[in-house]
Design a protein around this ligand. Structure first.
Ligand code: CUK
Ligand code: CUA
Length: 661
């Protein structure tokens, strides 16, 4: 196997320079000499120059793809342009973020919708973003993301890139098998992770087998409203294994959810009492269980009312799931992590962290085994176990620590190798086999990455029509790749060029991500997203995605005191003033401060910030917001615009004067 380490190739330097400049034979001798001089001075090889030419975007040129990456325990989403690997935006989700004005007067109610057990919680642990799909392809309309720490799911509208909804799962804390969408975004799947008593109620570990539960939740998505419809959502009780990643079937496997698990040992840890720790106890068995769930059957049962209410939420019990034949399991080796469905849906690729192989299951064989009741037994909960040998298509040895798999358009699959710190390109068989020059089910190339890769994201690489071209390796460690940034290092996101077949799959860019730990990411063609440049009309309420008839308008600025003692302030913002500029309140008054940015120019965003009161808002052109607070602190407070919006931006201010009682 050839190493793809980017070292000087045998391409003559001048040829590389010609490629870089795109000048072909007409290139002036002078510009060739200029490039040669820069390359020499900076110690750049031919491969470096080619990588630069593939990734560099001159000022004003735009990226071909957008990567929506989770932010790990930063609790946000990060959006990166490809191939430039420039961080274009963060999208505030579970964690307040002052620049976007999220959680400091605006968005607070959405964040609070997701508070667990009624307690304030101002961060999240985002893992798996899911772009909305139509017929199994990204449609660019919505993005979903899970919060692993508190089992929450957020909905982001990709017209204005703002979080619109956060739902808290009432059954559990900690989810990991989310978010994944069914092929037409009928449901957003959220698999739980660590087994817990329902509602995370108290139960001693001695009651583990009796009281602790597993579950997967299907959140119904109402595309017209752009919201999850909690009333049409339900969950399925699962054995108390720890559930890990999930994927939705498509094409040949449409209608199924695949959810893998660990800790089939039902280990309960207890290192402090000299019991085997979880890390040993939960990885003893050579296999765990892949769960195969027929979600259409489950939906029919839910609609027929065959659920029980748990924590106020409809749940199909494990007993019902088994009796109705909607849940099957099959062994999967060893300490499984990733489960990924191939583009046409005919195979399911499972990677076990402690097994050098990926195991490829065939949906045809799974369907046949279910129909023929070809079971090798039942687990402790009566769930039928499909005979392993009769559902496996192939086991392909890739290397150490395989985790996650993505796909290309041509029959290639790409799997991250955590322990090897490499990305493996290998060939699928079946109907994909003809797309590659190499034989089916073989490793073609392993490109080293720096270091400890987790997920991979290939361009549209988990859809029904992957694009190929680019793949990003989301590496957990950076070690020696960047200037030392103190003991806490950024993540290293490495861009690989996967446009050629065979062994040519070089790393062409290292991007330092110093704001969070992206787990998963999805890469979408940039022109599929129709983002607004400004809000459609002045007085737009982003929460309703509609015009707010009572939004402040020019000449309608005023302060009104209601009979109930609530003060409504109607304010407009335009370069370079707020109106009104003087606001008097009495200590203790309840305030609703409405502000409209009446600008129509692209990028004419104004900020609005009030000291002491912990208020900061970002008002994009046309946007209208309402900030509610109690004027509990007397004093004089200069409020001002936080965006440098014009030459007289510093003058865009006013005084809030709160008179003491
Ligand atoms: S997980 Cu982080 S590398 Cu949460 Cu998808 Cu595998
Ligand atoms: Cu408006 Cu600065």
């Amino acid at each position: 196997m050839k190493s793809a380490k980017t070292k000087a190739s045998s391409v003559p330097l001048t040829l590389a320079i010609l490629t870089v400049c795109g000048l072909a034979a007409a290139a002036s001798a002078q510009s060739m000499r200029d490039v040669e001089a820069v390359a020499k001075e900076r110690g750049l090889t031919n491969a470096d120059l080619i990588a630069a030419a593939k990734t560099y975007l001159p000022s004003g040129k735009k990226d071909e793809y957008l990567m929506f990456a989770s932010g790990g325990h930063a609790g946000q989403v990060f959006v990166v342009g490809i191939p430039s690997m420039r961080l274009l935006r963060s999208i505030a989700v579970f964690t307040p973020e002052p620049w976007q004005g999220w959680g400091y007067g605006v968005g607070d109610k959405i964040i609070a919708e997701g508070f667990p057990k009624g307690k304030s919680n101002l961060w999240g642990d985002t893992h798996h973003p899911a772009l909305s799909e139509t017929k199994g392809d990204y449609d660019g309309q919505f993005l979903f993301i899970n919060d692993k720490i508190n089992a929450r799911v957020a909905v982001i509208d990709l017209r204005d890139w703002e979080t619109k909804q956060i739902v808290k799962n009432p059954l559990t804390l900690s989810d990991h098998g989310g978010t994944f969408v069914t092929p037409d975004t009928e449901y957003v799947i959220e698999g739980g992770q660590y087994a817990l008593p329902w509602g995370a109620a108290f139960a001693p570990i001695a009651d583990y087998k009796e009281k602790y539960k597993g579950s997967v939740t299907l959140w119904k998505f109402d595309r017209a409203r752009g919201r999850i419809d909690k009333e049409q959502s339900f969950a399925i009780e699962l054995p108390l294994y720890w559930h890990d990643l999930a994927d939705a079937g498509k094409g040949a496997s449409d209608g199924f959810i695949f959810l893998n698990s660990l800790n089939s040992e039902k280990a309960t840890g207890g290192i402090q009492d000299k019991q085997p720790p979880f890390e040993a106890g939960a990885s003893r068995n050579p296999t765990d269980f892949l769960h195969i769930i027929d979600w259409r059957k489950a939906e029919a049962l839910f609609k027929a009312g065959k659920t029980v209410q748990i924590e106020g939420f409809p749940v199909i019990t494990l007993e019902t799931a088994v009796a109705e034949g909607l849940l099957h399991i099959t062994p999967e080796p060893r300490s499984p992590h990733g489960v990924d469905v191939t583009p046409k849906g005919e195979f399911v690729v499972v990677a076990g962290k402690l097994d050098p192989h990926v195991t490829v299951f065939s949906i045809e064989k799974i369907k046949r085994a279910i129909a023929a009741k070809n079971f090798s037994g039942k687990d402790d909960y009566g769930v039928p176990i499909l005979d392993f040998d009769s559902v496996v298509e192939k086991r392909v040895e890739l290397g150490l620590g395989p985790l996650h798999t993505q796909f290309g358009p041509d029959g290639y699959a790409y799997t991250s190798l955590y322990l090897d710190s490499a990305v493996a390109r290998w060939t699928l068989g079946g109907s994909y086999g003809s797309g590659t020059p190499e034989p089916d089910w073989t490793v073609v190339q392993k490109t080293p990455v720096h270091y400890n890769v987790g997920h991979l994201a290939a361009a549209e690489g988990d859809t029904v029509s992957p694009d190929g071209k680019y793949l990003v390796s989301l590496n957990k460690w950076a070690v020696d790749r960047f200037v030392q940034t103190g003991p806490l290092l950024p993540q290293n996101l490495q861009l690989l060029d996967i446009s050629s077949k065979g062994t040519n799959m070089p790393v062409i860019y290292d991007m330092a991500m110093g704001v969070g730990e992206p787990h998963y990411a999805q890469i979408i063609k940039a022109d599929k997203i129709n983002a607004w440049a400004t809000y459609p009309e002045v007085g737009w309420d982003p929460h309703q995605q509609n015009i707010n008839p009572s939004a402040p308008k020019p000449k309608g600025e005023r302060v009104e005191r209601g009979a109930d003692g609530t003060v409504d302030i109607y304010m407009t913002a335009i370069r370079s003033h707020f109106n009104p500029e003087h606001v008097y309140l009495k200590q203790g008054e309840k305030v609703r401060w409405h502000i409209t940015n009446t600008e129509r120019a692209v990028d004419a965003t104004h900020g609005f910030a009030v000291p002491v009161y912990n208020i900061t808002a970002s008002l994009e052109p046309g946007e209208s917001v309402t900030i509610e607070f109690v004027a509990d602190t007397a004093g004089t407070f200069p409020f001002y615009c936080t965006e440098f919006c014009s030459a007289l931006h510093l003058e865009m201010m006013g005084y809030l004067m709160v008179e003491p009682k």
